[in-house]
Design a protein around this ligand. Sequence first.
Ligand SMILES: NC(=O)c1ccc[n+]([C@@H]2O[C@H](COP(=O)([O-])OP(=O)(O)OC[C@H]3O[C@@H](n4cnc5c(N)ncnc54)[C@H](OP(=O)(O)O)[C@@H]3O)[C@@H](O)[C@H]2O)c1
Length: 285
Amino acid sequence: MSCPCVTLSTGQKMPLVGLGTWKSAPGQVMQAVLSALDCGYRHIDCAAAYGNEQEVGEALRERVGLGKALQREDVFVTSKLWNTQHHPDDVEPACRKSLADLGLDYLDLYLMHWPMAFQRGAEVMPRNADGSIRYADTHYRDTWKAMEALVDLGLARAIGLSNFNARQVDDVLSIAEHKPAVNQVECHPYLIQARLLAHCGDRGVVVTAYSPLGSPDRPWATPGEPRCWTTRACWTSPAATGRLPPRSSSGGRCKEELSASLKASLLLESSRTFRYLTSSCQMKI
Ligand SMILES: NC(=O)c1ccc[n+]([C@@H]2O[C@H](COP(=O)([O-])OP(=O)(O)OC[C@H]3O[C@@H](n4cnc5c(N)ncnc54)[C@H](OP(=O)(O)O)[C@@H]3O)[C@@H](O)[C@H]2O)c1
């Protein structure tokens, strides 16, 4: 079963459903990616900051390439530039490091993970003595210019943003030679992002939803918080307590724009998910 796609401003087809790799533990993420590719996923969402791109790369090497089950062009791979590498001199080396870890010649999409820069260096979360984050003053517009060079070098087919608000999206658009193709933001039934979706949609920037299940295992979740995956109100039918939400008659923008990331336990149900995404939108927005 093929996964439905959205067309980016670059003309690339991006599969609507992707496998997220954040919090995928070493020793597990390779199997998750292999299982995902085997059962139809064609979009893998990675990031340098997840600390597991080498292992994701092992899975890609096993399944993708000459004489393998899939060709490079069959799989859409996204990676992200981390906040400590926003300085224009760090952007190309950071991209090349992700490419080397993933074992790829190019990324389909390279995102600026967050708008704010952290102090340059090897520490992923550089902190001051009082525990606060040590920021740097590199502006995301300067980082964007360095990311545009990656497209010209053929290292990334498309570049985009993540965690950017509407004003920041417009700010980048105002100086962009290569338009941001995507803005990846948190989006789920408890955070529907209706205004940002409309804003980006009007400008041809596709919004990818991260934490589409509300990220119940995110480190900062408070105990007892409602989990949108199993909360009846989020879905149109009481049958929503199953592992996959029910069909809904409510269509809409999220059908086009949600790129849901599901954990490995859901992978075998992917063909049902893909069929489901093609036919209707699950969320009430
Ligand atoms: N760009 C960014 O800044 C950014 C930020 C966050 C995430 N992301 C991307 O988005 C991906 C997904 O985000 P996420 O991991 O935060 O959130 P998510 O996909 O919303 O939630 C994942 C969690 O949902 C729960 N879950 C999954 N299947 C379930 C099922 N069948 N029934 C009940 N619960 C289920 C699991 O939690 P339990 O293990 O507790 O059951 C699982 O770990 C990431 O892997 C990453 O690629 C990007």
